[in-house]
Design a protein around this ligand. Structure first.
Ligand code: WT7
Length: 650
């Protein structure tokens, strides 16, 4: 943590400088949805700017006031009424996109389905009627625990059609995690599947759901989608087969118009400590935010094929698979499984097969592709790609360059998009066609967004490192933590007066570009210097032998803290004292002696959350010899045990 003591401004030292800059090509710029003038228009009157975008969507009743704002409470498009499914479905059918593919879906075993906007519309209406027949009404919470199959989208939109609040729980979560979320939500209904596929294995979703439901009295009904031929226990009276109920359902279901501020969904995000937070998003503002950013950041057009590789269980999938792209009426690819199944070129096979043109993924995936080698993308025709995006973590410049060269063939702009579950949509990002990019920088706030770097006291840092702050309200901002007003205020609104604190450190350069340094919990104070672990990791990854690195700080007698680096080596390199010394010197040369890691630890794999974030907190526990903290959100708990063994042997 940055120090809260004293009055001296707590800033973060910036150590790496990246000089490369990539201007958009004139051909991309010419066809782009966003032109340079968008920044000036938005600056003149940011509420008006968002109002103009909101009016591109379908409203039942127009709003009276664009924004009311009394920190921390924002209301957008006050008095307006709408149903999001009309913008995502009905509108496309009326406007000639009826038989356009909404989703081209591929299951992990290789099965394929295409759903047009019209087919999807009918399925959503039918399922909304099914939900009604089970007594689900406006405001009720519905938990959804599904693999990446089209029925996941259908379920979410069916809830929205009748004003019910959906809460998707990622299919990789354990029964305990599912139980905790259902209890917090007091959900009435659970939608799940008999199972799903991951790396050729079957994930027994219904079985896990049964375990969770043993302790969830609020759930009176369960709907099961049949994904395979998986064994399950069927509880008469409570459990229902999706396909049976759909057979009898009517394909007409009038949309329930809700208030612009009616909750659309709750999505849980794990904080660094404590129980997960149910982040609450509402209707009109959220839809406007995801629509606008899909239009201008992903630049989608009628003939694009958009592929966001995230799971819908995360906010990225909510905003940039379901609501944003569907409000834009674009054709999307949706894929159920792992990127390395059956082989490490599965993603590139999919890009080639469906002619994907806009591709959005995470730095952790890009680093895995790097590690596997360029021979996998090279096997495929990726020439349909015209725009690439990343999200989720700071992307180190080496990974950015690899993505640019080996996936984008040096012709696709890269949009490095910074945002959070809480922000609902992208807030800091390049606009392809307008912004010159620098590898590793999310560049500038989206039009209509105001972001600054502040110190502990709230003074602005014009150049250098500090805390990232969002200083004006935006339409997709979270409206609260479900059932916990106090935590909402403490977590996000108590650092400065009326300013949103995302919890990230960042630096700003002389061109006013933002460089996200990661969570402030990941800042190390060594010998009086505040160093972002991310910059040391970036330096390590620049070394040819290193594929991935995680750096943590541990107490040190003299320096306060010192750095310990866990590294994953690639290719032929084996770990020994020589490489260890080389790496420490390499960092010292790149960044400065203050950043030289005290120790380098060989970690053939790093512990990650299921969404791919490195869990530095657990590595810190290993490095300080502490008992391990909460490991329930780890994707693969065995990874930790293996690293710990190596640490102790060393
Ligand atoms: C945290 C939010 C937003 C969807 C996925 C993650 C980090 C996100 C970037 C980026 C550097 C990034 C931040 C943020 N993050 N995007 N482009 N560059 N860091 O959602 O799980 O709510 O995590 O992810 O630390 O606060 P999330």
């Amino acid at each position: 943590m940055l120090s809260k003591k004293g009055t001296k401004a707590a800033t973060i030292d910036t150590l790496l400088t990246e000089k490369r800059k990539f201007k958009p090509s004139s051909s991309f710029a010419r066809q782009a949805n966003a032109k340079k003038s968008i920044y000036t228009t938005a600056k003149k009157d940011y509420v008006k700017f968002w109002e103009n975008l909101a009016s591109e969507l379908v409203w039942k009743k127009k709003w009276k006031k664009g924004l009311t704002w009394k920190a921390p409470d924002a209301k957008w498009f006050v008095g307006g009424k709408l149903n999001v499914t009309e913008s995502c479905l009905d509108r496309h059918i009326e406007e000639g996109r009826k038989n356009q593919a909404a989703f081209i879906w591929e299951g992990e075993p290789g099965d394929r389905r295409t759903l047009t906007y019209y087919e999807l519309y009918k399925q959503v209406c039918k399922f909304a009627n099914v939900l009604k027949s089970l007594g689900i009404r406006k405001g009720d919470r519905v938990a959804i625990y599904l693999p990446m199959i089209p029925e996941l989208v259908i379920s979410m939109l069916a809830c929205a059609r009748i004003g019910a609040i959906h809460s998707v729980v990622f299919g990789g979560f354990s029964p305990e995690s599912l139980r905790d979320r259902i209890l917090d939500l007091e959900a009435k209904l659970l939608i799940t599947a008999d199972g799903g596929y991951r790396r050729g294995q079957i994930i027994p979703l219904k079985h896990d759901a049964d375990v969770a439901l043993n302790e969830c009295p609020s759930v009176t009904d369960v709907i099961i989608i049949k994904r395979g031929d998986f064994l399950l226990r069927f509880k008469e009276g409570r459990d229902h087969w999706y396909h049976r109920m759909m057979q009898e359902a009517d394909a007409h279901c009038p949309p329930v118009s809700v208030d612009s501020e009616h909750p659309l969904f709750i999505l849980y995000t794990s904080g660094t400590t404590g129980k997960p937070k149910g982040i609450m998003h509402t209707t009109g503002g959220y839809l406007t935010g995801v629509y606008a950013t899909t239009k201008y950041v992903f630049d989608v057009k009628g003939d694009d094929v958009f592929w966001c590789t995230a799971d819908i269980g995360w906010i990225t999938g909510h905003s940039y698979i379901v609501y944003g792209p569907m409000a834009m009426g674009v054709t999307q690819v949706m894929y159920e499984g792992a990127p390395d199944w059956p082989d490490k070129d599965r993603f590139w096979q999919i890009v080639e097969d469906y002619g994907v043109s806009v591709f959005y993924t995470a730095p952790t995936a890009i680093r895995a592709f790097m590690k596997w080698g360029e021979q996998f993308p090279r096997k495929h025709d990726l020439s349909t790609l015209r725009l690439l995006g990343t999200v989720g973590e700071p992307i180190n410049p080496e990974a950015w360059m690899w993505y640019y060269e080996h996936i984008g063939n040096k012709k696709c702009p890269i949009v490095d998009t910074w945002w959070q579950t809480e922000t609902g949509h992208i807030l800091i990002t390049p606009l392809p066609g307008v912004t010159a990019t620098k590898p590793g920088s999310a560049t500038r706030p989206f039009p209509g967004i105001e972001a600054k770097i502040l110190d502990e006291q709230g003074r602005e840092i014009k150049e250098g490192g500090g805390y990232l702050a969002i200083t004006k309200p935006w339409p997709g901002m979270l409206r609260g933590i479900w059932g916990d007003r106090k935590r909402f205020i403490e977590t996000y609104w108590s650092k400065w007066d009326g300013i949103y604190f995302p919890g990230d450190g960042a630096k700003i350069d002389k061109d006013k570009y933002f460089w996200i340094l990661g969570r402030v919990d990941d800042v190390i104070n060594t010998a009086g210097h505040r160093i972002s672990t991310m910059e040391v990791e970036s330096a390590l990854v620049e070394h040819n032998a290193v594929v991935e690195a995680a750096v943590v700080g541990i107490p040190h007698e003299l320096k306060g803290q010192c750095l310990v680096a866990f590294v994953t080596l690639g290719g032929e390199t084996t770990f020994d004292d020589i490489i260890s010394r080389q790496l420490r010197d390499f960092v010292a040369r790149k960044i400065g002696a203050i950043a030289r890691p005290e120790r380098i630890i060989n970690a053939p794999e790093l512990p990650k959350t299921r969404s791919g974030k490195i869990m530095r907190r657990l590595l810190r526990d290993i490095a300080t010899g502490k008992l391990l903290g909460d490991t329930t959100t780890l994707a693969d708990p065995d990874v930790l045990a293996r690293i710990q063994r190596r640490y102790e042997e060393d």
